[in-house]
Ligand binder design. Structure first.
Ligand code: F3S
Length: 386
């Protein structure tokens, strides 16, 4: 793999042990995947931030590093809100460990904005090369924004943040971004027609790790977010196209005539929805946009919750919308930044959780040991306030 002179010097250890280790990660990855060179990135998003997922070994590895990020970089959600973790029900020992993880990342120059929706906080442009690791953020960046990132692991995203480059392979190359399977959606007229998280949940199982192109649908940006997050969870989708909607379908003309075709039927989508009793309700997977907070505020206005109702959003998004947060919280629901229903140990305490997300439906059982039920946001509010 071709390395520039300065990169060779980093690899030789001239700029310290941590940079050397990070360069070794990138070069090894590049060799495995046949990258011809490294490419400069404009930002990184680093997963492996919750103490629940990285544990003491991950923490001690982070604490052994000594360097600073070379590009803007943010963290994935951690296991608790940084403020008010006691009220959220987090124990002292976990909070202490989680704070150490955050501090280790802060020392490495990673911005402590803990979110899977970094695109709400920093403008990411078409064609930018990134090293993002949270799967829904990767799907959104590649698909809705037309930026270019592979689905990085936590260490490779951190290495890219510190070096400011990533190996040039996979989805960084235009020729690897062509659609591989056509998806048709029978939208129908049922109560959950247009539930993009549920549609993505079904579609992800059908397309696996292929790059899908959807035809005949018109999701907006938040709906693209829900669709991609779910497909990344039930399949391994890091990029999808929607004809006439996602940016690359307007730049390139894809010939789909010879591709496999799959259909997501209304019956398959409806089959995901049940009437199971739940102990708690959690929305914001991926973290809520301002529009989603607005919708929740309207749905909750004048109502009172009867069970725990958590709304997850980036701290920056919540802070920019204090009026919406206050309407939501007047109902008894809580807007929680920095964490989410999957990576926080708080959610492990519920035996059943209702979500509005196709991704959370896939992850909550395994990650929280809870039964998961999916609904629309309106249904989530009805269940939380009935
Ligand atoms: Fe984000 Fe957590 Fe869902 S990281 S995509 S809210 S599982």
């Amino acid at each position: 793999m071709y390395l520039e002179k300065d990169d060779e010097r980093v690899l030789a250890g001239e700029f310290g042990e941590t940079r050397q280790k990070m360069m070794e990660i990138l070069v090894t990855l590049g060799r495995v995947y046949g990258a011809e060179k490294l490419v400069a990135i404009t930002s990184a998003q680093v997963s492996g931030a919750s103490y629940k997922t990285i544990g003491k070994w991950g923490l001690s590895w982070l604490q052994s590093l000594n360097a600073r990020a070379a590009v803007p970089a943010v963290l994935n959600p951690i296991g608790m809100p940084r403020e008010g973790w006691q009220e959220f029900g987090i124990g002292e020992e976990f909070a202490r460990r989680q704070a150490e993880v955050v501090e280790a990342y802060r020392k490495l120059g990673i911005r402590v904005e803990c979110t899977c929706t970094p695109y709400y906080l920093r403008i990411t442009e078409y064609g930018e090369h990134l090293a993002w690791s949270e799967s829904s953020a990767v799907a959104y960046a590649n698909s809705a924004l037309g930026a270019r990132t592979n689905r990085e692991g936590g260490p490779s995203a951190l290495a890219a943040a510190i070096i400011g480059k990533t190996p040039y392979y996979g989805l960084h190359l235009v020729e690897n971004r062509r659609p591989q399977v056509v998806v048709e959606v029978e939208c129908g007229t049922g109560p959950h027609a247009g539930h993009w998280g549920a549609i993505g949940h079904v579609a992800g199982k059908k397309v696996g790790n292929r790059i899908p192109i959807f035809q005949g649908i018109r999701p907006n940006r938040d709906q693209l977010k829900a669709l991609g997050a779910a497909m990344a969870a039930t399949g391994a989708v890091a990029l999808f196209h929607v004809e006439k909607i996602t940016p690359e379908t307007r730049v390139f003309s894809f010939d789909t005539g010879d591709l496999d075709r799959v259909t997501v039927t209304e019956a398959e989508v409806e089959a995901l929805f049940t009437e199971t009793e739940v102990e708690a309700v959690a929305v914001g997977c991926p973290h809520c946009s301002a529009d989603e907070l607005r919708e929740l505020a309207e749905l909750l206005r004048g109502k009172k919750t009867t069970k725990p109702f958590y709304v997850f959003a980036a701290k920056g998004v919540a802070a920019a919308n204090p009026d919406l947060v206050s309407v939501i919280e007047r109902s008894g629901a809580r807007v929680i930044p920095d964490t989410c229903m999957v990576v926080s140990p708080r959610m492990d305490e519920f035996a059943s959780i209702m979500v509005d997300s196709g991704k959370a439906l896939a992850y909550v059982p395994g990650m929280c040991g809870a039964l998961a039920r999916i609904g629309t946001r309106r249904e989530c509010v009805e269940v939380a306030t009935s």
